[in-house]
Design a protein around this ligand. Structure first.
Ligand code: NDP
Length: 445
């Protein structure tokens, strides 16, 4: 058994049942084989063993009272995975499917993603199995306050800086920040990102992940002689990432024809009217199926998986992990898809990724392609430290520049390690080398 296989087996043994974490580690370790060949010294200092083990895991009880006075108990998590290149940084996910394996996979991927941004941020992630859907504002606020009553001990602007993710947007970040400020008696703006503009948030943070995805895919298409003009696009999700990916793709002349939420998908052959989606999802917090009551030419289909049977040039999975499985990948290839841009984290299974690569479909991997969100969070931290505000254009320009650089780093690492055009391996290698270098320099810690 090779060194990397041994480490993978050990990860599976030591983290039983955490299947998403196993999957994320496996995908990365496969890419690192040529790196280990070139750097046998990593084995002597157990660098990979340390890389796959979080520096710290915090799990805690989150009790809260609903509007009827009933007590609920949720579970909170924060995984501080790797601080070799900077303070831990990564979002909080509130979704009933959250358990330790999900938070570990997200935290692990975050290390490489944050490294790729070129900014000084380490990797972490957190969240809870709390479901904000169907809760009143007061209930969400009470939950957030209780969550922060424990989390505040473990975070800080130079220690660990959480942000949003699924189920955590500006509303939740606001409640979390308010409680942190109350407990600490300090306006420590840099402790959370994704804040409202009135209290230290950054312009373009809301748009950053979706826009960044479209910038990365633009570079990838250009490297292969293509662009967005008149391309048909299918996007899964109708949340923060999906909405702004749709907006930027439309600005570049693509035709987005389908989007979804976890209940079902809409197909609008004339092109999605994004203002309607924003009104339904961002303002009214309604289901996507309401779209067809407003645009009667569009169709709604129950169930989300059917979205991948729609023929398209570019598929952008922006909802959740393992959204595109092998059979979806086969259908997309049969329908002549040209490129996949991963807006969500780990939205394609490892088998689906392999199938796309074997069939010469361009694949923009999540760690690189959705890094625009965390990169702009780091720009928010910079503005907080300097106590100033950059314009939307300034932040957007920096974001674009960062995404171009991430693409170039992934492209050249893939080439250097003998896998030109494989941006999955390229991103893993480029992200890893910087972290490994920092870990080497800091001794056995
Ligand atoms: P949101 O909560 O804003 O939106 C998530 C969207 O995906 C919703 O439309 C939701 O539908 C849908 N969704 C969630 N679970 C499922 C499911 N099981 N099947 C189908 N659809 C589902 O989250 P974000 O847009 O912020 O995050 C989306 C993805 O992007 C996640 O993987 C996240 O980790 C990743 N990401 C987010 C970043 C950010 O800055 N926000 C940064 C980098 C990555 P419903 O409302 O029905 O649940």
């Amino acid at each position: 058994m090779s060194y990397l296989q041994e480490v993978l087996e050990e990860v599976k043994k030591r983290n039983p049942g955490e299947i998403e974490f196993h999957q994320a580690v496996e995908e990365v370790l496969i890419s690192l084989a040529p790196v280990i060949e070139k750097h046998p010294e990593y084995k002597n200092i157990a660098l990979i063993e340390r890389f796959v083990e979080p520096e710290r895991v915090v799990m805690f009880r989150v009790p809260w009272l609903d509007d009827q006075g009933k007590v609920h108990v949720n579970r909170g998590f924060r995984v501080q995975f790797n601080s070799a290149i900077g303070p831990y940084k990564g979002g909080l996910r509130f979704h009933p499917s959250v358990y330790l394996g999900i938070i570990k996979f997200l935290g692990f991927e975050q290390i490489l993603k944050n490294s790729l941004t070129g900014l000084p941020i380490g990797g972490g992630k957190g969240g809870s199995d709390f479901d904000p859907k169907g809760k009143t504002d007061t209930e969400v606020m009470k939950f957030c306050q209780s969550f922060m009553n424990e989390l505040y001990r473990h975070i800080g602007q130079d220690l660990d800086v959480p942000a949003g993710d699924i189920g955590v947007g500006a509303r939740e970040v606001g409640y979390l920040f308010g409680q942190y400020k109350k407990i600490k008696n300090q306006h420590e703006a840099g402790v959370l990102t994704g804040k409202g503009l009135a209290y230290g948030g950054s312009l373009a943070r809301k748009e950053a992940t979706g826009f960044g995805l479209i910038y990365f895919v633009r570079e990838m298409l250009a490297a292969h002689g293509m662009d967005y003009k008149d391309k048909t696009v299918v996007i899964s999700g109708a949340g923060n990432v999906a909405i702004y990916a749709c907006q930027k793709a439309q600005e570049y002349g693509a035709k987005v024809i389908a989007m979804c939420d976890s209940s079902g998908y809409i197909l609008d052959e004339e092109g999605i009217k994004l203002d309607t989606v924003k009104q339904l999802k961002e303002v009214e917090r309604k289901r996507i199926k309401e779209y067809v009551n407003i645009h009667t030419n569009a169709k709604y289909f129950e169930g989300q998986q059917g979205i991948w049977t729609i023929p398209c040039d570019i598929a952008l999975p922006c909802a959740t992990q393992n959204d595109i499985q092998l059979e979806n990948a086969k259908k997309l290839v049969e329908n002549r898809v040209k490129a996949i841009g991963e807006g969500a984290n780990m939205p394609c299974t490892n088998e689906a990724v392999e199938y796309f690569l074997e069939n010469n479909v361009l694949l923009a991997p999540a760690k690189a392609a959705n890094a625009g969100g965390v990169a702009t969070s780091a720009l928010e931290m910079s503005q907080n430290s300097m106590r100033l505000h950059w314009s939307f254009e300034e932040v957007n320009e920096k974001l674009d520049h960062i995404m171009v650089n991430i693409f170039k780093a992934s492209q050249s690492a893939a080439k250097e390690y003998g896998m030109p055009g494989n941006y999955v391996a390229g991103a893993n290698i480029a992200g890893f080398l910087k972290v490994a270098d920092a870990m080497m320099s800091q001794g056995i810690v």
